[in-house]
Ligand binder design. Structure first.
Ligand code: CDT
Length: 348
């Protein structure tokens, strides 16, 4: 296919056929082998549809285990016998159980992006680290980039008042690496995981590195215990943040869910492929395993990056320093105290 440039010359657009491979629930006792079978089906379907890249969701190899207390508990760090907890992590990638996925990717020449729980080998101090991780695998079946989740939501200790736990802050460390953007699949590719998608900084940090496609997997329970008034808005907020992130940074966004009712917890589906215009160009219609695809013209990013969102021309970073100064705490509380109706007792 050809396209007409502003100067009258024809050029071949940089097209990337992408598959967003939504998963339905993964049971607590579902084996890695069974899950990998499901991933292989979606990868092969992607190949049939001409995809060069298939994106799987966050923690795509297991049930969303932060909903359970799986160690000795308590208010401190992970304690006691961690055998069951560790069984949800990968200590190497590819692992024995995921090697088939890498082999098939190479055979089909279809790359993929896979979310999993990573347990590192001991560092220089003998400490093993736990991350919520994404790997980007190229069409030769080789890992080309790794991303570890930056924004870790939820809580650190067991909270009995909740219907189910969200212990991500117990089981995962925050990424020490941040948001990279990688030359891959003929474009500039970045990754983010679930809660990251709600933060504008996620997209902007990658936008400033020229990102053209952000891959985002998620597990989003429909029941948000700290404020149930948000429950009916989950689908709206999901699209709101990803569409805004795409538009404001002139990038494609691929949002991929693990949806459906997993171990009694209902999770958002609505996997979608979003253009740099902010428009949704493909969306899943089920809450189970489902592949959606789109032809993504990476050159479309320039239409936004070189006009409204010409960062070098229009941004005012000197006006934004409060965002990046690590010593600055949120000013929300200070501002509240200055309000005439502020009730000190509610806030101290
Ligand atoms: N997996 C993940 O990051 N989920 C969060 C749920 C937040 S509720 C504690 C999300 O932002 O969708």
């Amino acid at each position: 296919m050809t396209a007409h440039s502003a100067h009258g010359a024809y050029h071949r657009p940089r097209e990337l056929w992408v598959g967003a491979a939504q998963l339905g629930p993964i049971a607590r006792d579902e084996s890695r082998a069974d899950v990998v079978d499901r991933l292989l089906l979606l990868l092969r379907q992607g190949a049939e549809y001409g995809c060069e890249l298939v994106v799987f969701p966050e923690l795509a190899l297991t049930s969303f285990f932060p909903r359970w207390i799986l160690d000795g508990g308590g208010n401190g760090p992970i304690s006691g016998d961690t055998t069951e907890l560790d069984s949800f992590y990968e200590v190497e990638m590819p692992s024995t159980s995921t090697q088939r996925l890498f082999d098939e990717a190479k055979r089909l020449a279809v790359g993929f992006c896979l979310g999993y729980a990573e347990l590192t080998p001991p560092d220089a101090d003998g400490v093993r680290h736990r991350y919520n991780t994404y790997v980007l695998v190229d069409r030769d079946g080789e890992i080309t980039a790794k991303y570890r989740k930056v924004h870790i939501p939820g809580h650190e200790a067991y909270e009995p008042w909740r219907q189910f736990q969200h212990l991500e802050r117990r089981y995962f460390e925050e990424s020490p690496d941040g948001f990279g953007v990688h030359n891959a699949f003929g474009g500039r590719i970045g990754m983010a995981i679930c809660n990251d998608r709600r933060w504008p900084e996620t997209y902007r940090v990658m936008g400033l590195q020229g990102v053209e496609m952000v891959l985002i997997g998620y597990n989003t329970p429909l029941n948000y215990a700290p404020d149930p008034s948000q429950n009916p808005l989950q689908a709206f907020h999901n699209h709101l943040v990803m569409q805004a992130g795409a538009y404001q940074n002139g990038t494609w966004v691929i949002g991929v869910a693990k949806g459906g009712v997993e171990e009694g917890v209902e999770s958002l589906a609505q996997t979608s492929i979003i253009a740099p215009s902010g428009q949704i160009v493909a969306q899943a219609t089920t809450i189970g395993d489902e592949l959606i695809t789109a032809r993504c013209d990476l050159d479309m990013c320039e239409r936004y990056k070189k006009t409204l969102f010409d960062f070098d021309r229009y941004r005012r970073p000197e006006m934004y320093s409060v965002i990046t100064d690590p010593t600055t705490k949120s000013l929300v509380e200070t501002a509240a105290r200055e309000r005439p109706d502020f009730d000190r007792h509610d806030h101290d």
